[in-house]
Design a protein. Structure first.
Length: 945
DNA sequence: GTGTTCACG
DNA sequence: GACGTACGTGAACACA
């Protein structure tokens, strides 16, 4: 035994497998294998286990599971855990997989019928502590807190923090040995432990601290002053005792396996089979590297090499202390940089390494309002620092306790020192959503280049599979729970801006972000080559960053006065309509409440129909109200529709947009999200300028408030029918392609081909139906969808689709092909090779599956169109410059680009923009139908369109 | 925080 | 044939 030989006691890790799976399942984004089996919790578990095996000082490891729902506690109290809902269906297959994973990692998986995992953990922890071992229980279950002691600690793998005596005291208000007493009184609604009514944790702790323990308290319950509390305690003493039996963990379970069986074993090749089967690509890469390393070491050792083997990470791994295990690497050893000498050392290190991860902290997520508070740098995994430049001390409470502004390098000086590095062409700057850092730093006169972006790399690799925020990716690829912003700056009303955060907290948070960014880059960048996605990243996503950043910075001019006039007009008309609605309904109610409206329409007025959705509320959407106008002839639904339109226009646009005007520039600066959609499109937020009204006359009034500077005009250039053209191309619909080449009326042609009517003198209704079919093709047509769109029966819709397929067999082939590819690979591809993941394509729920199938059909079309306009955007600034144009590109709305150009440039700018857009696919791809872009100009956006 | 509704492509 | 639908977004509001 090693225990006797070494001074340090052996370290035993007991992992609460059942607890982990529930928490990981809810904390991690949904992921699944290409056969549809969900795997998010399994991947989280594997990452956690790997870290434990590789990075901790564990001598013994076991994972403990619940064997079944029924335990001896049900004999004590039949309702124990009775309220527990059934596990969600996506979780169920993961239980078995996690046991499988445990064995694949060569770790003991322990369970025992009749006992909960918690009891087994209590038993083993007690045994191990008794023989002098140190015990870490990996779990965030508060029920295990009663076990904490000198030799036993908890480690919360989701929050990545140790739970010792201090944390238990914080949670329960008592030391670990009294936790049971507090729980017996307070009860636990999630486990259905009754406790004493009216007593929560706060009160329970107060009582136990006064009386010492539960028995003494119950014996002296009569002395308690508060009458209600006294009565409850006296009457429910037995309930408290039963509760105690329920929450007290059994430390003497007659276990079948001894601690010695848990001795840590090395991971071997068996694990690869498991991770491959479950399609854990980045984990496989990590394991491959480690297994390779291990086998090299073994070979060298066998060959008698005596020289030390160099490891890739230069820093020797520190021996993990009990306080921080098992997450030793991320989050440790960061440096707070408060003087120039220290900063210069980091700059030198970055120059040497040729790359640095860079991240800034500011007072706002909004680029234009953000003030720089600090910068963090990482120059290798685990080597990171934080440079505060704008901290203004902490705000104290009423008793004081606030702190003075801390020592830091003056902002201007820090920027002066860092600017050459950030602009150095020989040093790669890696950021996570670096567009933000670039935009803020640009305001301080720094132009960051060259760049890489770990968020966009992740987006190119796995767009549509999950989100790409740093927190989520850290969990996914590094198995590390990052410190959350709310953890350092507070949440809700107490949240403060980062300049008020204390330096120690700021260091831990900010330096970790740079460290994690570095590691994500290290993990993900090589995959771009391995998975043949480097081209998408290097020719589309990365070059788009500065282009979009410039558009955001330029912003668009808005006529606030005009919007205020519109708002007043809308308000007065809404008031009139509202009075009429109340008069017709016979009661006053909130027209804006779908619930109240539904009750008025269907319960009170007894209008026909009235379908309740899954939440039990009547549906009152526009389609329902329009239908109701026809079927009932009642005037109310139309009034509500009118009111809703005005209400939408007023609150979302007329009132909100003026508030978004930046006082310094006098313009509105949206933010384009580069990694938000599953298809490659951009998304616009804060405010969303991609959904400014245009379809109705009232709505167009809003668009008129988007104006050009004096001496300028707005130029709008949009692709004509781009997705349908791409459908013709990608589905090889020859007649459709020919029609586009001929510049024919595409919908009339479809009508002619499908319904067999001549184009000359065609009924507009017939053309309209054909148009709906053409749109349907892009969306992954369904009989139901088409019937809804056209207001016809499903049978009729089905017949149309059949006719279409018969006429154009290519489209059916295309649809089947996309579904097959999505099922087999989990993603579909655009013409340019962008992957669009379609998770859930193999779902056993047919509704969800159909949904994902239609997404798989649509994504290559929508995504290719997105690729093309992005290529155009990237070329636009240079094309304008080459033509001597001063015009600026302001907005992108999926198939449209909006420019602001000097009046004199009107024609030339239109010509250049159209040429760039129409040739954007070249030379990378040839498309056998022409891409057409139409240009329009005007004093405002409505005129230009 | 979730669901409904509606603005856009 | 099941099951609930056209694809992709973001913001405001009501309600829990």
């Amino acid at each position: 035994m090693t225990a006797a030989a070494s001074k340090k006691p052996d370290h035993v890790y007991l992992v609460d497998g059942s607890g982990y799976i529930f928490r990981a399942f809810h904390a991690l984004p949904p992921l699944s294998r290409s056969d549809g089996t969900p795997t998010n919790a399994v991947l989280g578990f594997c990452n956690m286990l790997l870290k434990l095996v590789e990075d901790s000082d564990a001598e013994y490891i076991a994972v403990i599971f619940d064997a079944g729902r029924k335990t001896f506690r049900n004999d004590i109290y039949a309702d124990y855990k009775a309220h527990r809902p059934e596990a969600p269906p996506e979780l169920i297959p993961q239980f078995a997989l996690i046991r499988e994973a445990t064995r694949a990692f060569n770790v003991s998986a322990i369970e025992m019928p009749g006992y909960e995992a918690d009891d087994l953990i209590a038993t083993y922890a007690t045994q191990a502590a008794a023989r002098g071992n140190e015990v870490t229980i990996v779990s965030s279950d508060k029920d295990l807190m009663q076990l904490v002691g000198d030799r036993i600690a908890l480690f919360d793998p989701m929050k990545n923090r140790k739970i010792g005596e201090a944390e238990v005291l914080e949670k329960f208000g008592v030391k670990p040995d009294k936790v049971v007493d507090v729980q017996s009184l307070a009860g636990d609604s999630s486990d259905n432990v009754p406790g004493v009514p009216g007593i929560g944790i706060k009160t329970a702790a107060e009582l136990i601290n006064t009386y010492g323990d539960l028995d003494t308290l119950l014996a002296k319950a009569g002395e308690i002053k508060q009458p209600k509390r006294r009565e409850n305690l006296v009457n429910n003493a037995e309930l408290a005792r039963i509760s105690r039996d329920l929450v007290t963990l059994k430390r003497d379970v007659p276990v079948e396996h001894g601690l010695d069986e848990f001795v840590k074993r090395e991971i071997d090749g068996a694990v690869m089979e498991f991770v491959t089967k479950n399609e854990f690509r980045s984990l496989a890469a990590k394991l491959n590297a480690r297994l390779g390393e291990a086998s090299i070491k073994a070979t060298r050792a066998a060959g008698g090499f005596t020289a030390p083997v160099a490891t890739p990470s230069a820093a020797p791994a520190a021996t993990p202390s009990a306080a921080t295990a098992p997450a030793v690497k991320i989050g440790e050893g960061y440096e707070l940089v408060q003087n120039e000498a220290a900063l210069l050392r980091w700059i030198e290190a970055a120059n040497k390494s040729g790359a640095l991860a860079f991240d800034i902290e500011t007072t706002s997520l909004n680029v234009n309002e953000a003030k720089l508070v600090g910068m963090s740098l990482a120059t290798q995994a685990g080597k990171a620092c934080y440079v505060p430049v704008g901290h203004i001390g902490t705000t104290g409470d009423l008793l004081g306790g606030g702190a003075e502004a801390p020592k830091q390098i003056p902002l201007a000086r820090a920027i002066e020192l860092l600017k050459p590095l950030l602009e150095d062409a020989a040093v790669l700057k890696i950021g996570h959503n670096i567009k933000y850092d670039m935009a803020v730093m640009a305001r301080y006169g720094v132009t960051i280049a060259p760049i890489d972006d770990s968020m966009l790399i992740s987006y190119v690799l796995e767009g549509g599979a999950h989100g790409h925020g740093m927190d989520e990716l850290s969990e996914l690829h590094l198995g590390h729970a990052t410190i959350k912003f709310g953890d350092v700056a507070g949440t809700g009303k107490q949240q403060v801006t980062f300049d008020h955060v204390s330096l120690d907290k700021a260091l831990a948070y900010a330096a970790e972000d740079a460290d994690v960014t570095w590691r994500l880059h290290e993990t993900l960048k090589p995959r771009l080559i391995a998975e043949r996605l480097m081209t998408i990243y290097e020719t589309i996503e990365r070059p788009l960053i500065p282009v979009v950043a410039q558009m955001e910075r330029d912003g668009v001019k808005i006529d606030a006065k005009e919007l205020q006039r519109l708002s007043q007009d809308f308000a007065s008309r809404m008031g009139e309509i509202e009075r009429e609605i109340h008069r017709i309904a016979g009661t006053e109610f909130n027209v804006g409440s779908p619930k109240q409206l539904g009750e008025i329409l269907f319960d009170q007025l007894k209008l026909p129909g009235g379908k309740k959705g899954k939440t039990g509320a009547y549906a009152t959407g526009a389609d329902v109200l329009e239908e109701l106008t026809v079927t009932s002839g009642h005037p109310l639904p139309q009034k509500v529709l009118d009111w809703r339109q005005l209400s939408k226009l007023k609150s979302t646009y007329a009132d909100a947009l003026p508030l978004a005007i930046n006082p310094e520039t006098g313009r509105v600066h949206t933010s384009f999200a580069l990694a938000a959609t599953s298809t490659g499109r951009l998304a616009s937020t804060d405010p969303n300028l991609q959904n400014i009204p245009i379809r109705t006359e009232e709505g167009r009034k809003i668009r008129r408030a988007f104006v050009a500077e004096p001496g300028h005009i707005l130029l709008s250039v949009d692709y004509s029918q781009i997705e349908l053209r791409l459908a013709a191309e990608m589905a090889e619909i020859e007649p459709l392609k020919q029609a586009f080449r001929d510049g024919a009326d595409i919908h009339a042609m479809t009508a002619s081909q499908v319904f067999g009517v001549p184009i000359e003198g065609m009924d507009p209704m017939v053309r309209r139906q054909a148009k709906a079919i053409n749109f349907g093709i892009i969306y992954g047509i369904s009989a139901f969808g088409l019937s809804q769109q056209l207001g016809i029966g499903q049978g009729e819709a089905k017949a149309y689709i059949e006719a279409y397929f018969k006429r154009y067999p290519g489209i059916r082939d295309y649809m089947d092909r996309m579904k097959k590819i999505a099922r087999e690979k989990g993603y579909v591809e655009t013409l340019f090779g962008r992957r669009c993941y379609v998770p859930g394509i193999n779902d056993k729920n047919p509704a969800r599956r159909s949904f994902m199938e239609r997404a798989a059909i649509n994504a290559p079309l929508q995504g290719t169109a997105a690729d093309i306009i992005k290529r155009a955007m990237i070329r636009m600034p240079a094309a304008f410059a080459a033509a001597g144009l001063k015009g600026r590109m302001l907005l992108q709305v999926h198939d449209e680009l909006l420019f602001e150009v000097p009046v004199a440039e009107k024609d030339e700018a239109s010509r250049v923009a159209r040429a760039i857009m129409e040739g954007a696919h070249l030379p990378a791809r040839q498309i056998s139908v022409p891409l057409i872009a139409d240009a329009g100009t005007g004093m405002n956006w409505a005129e230009a369109h």
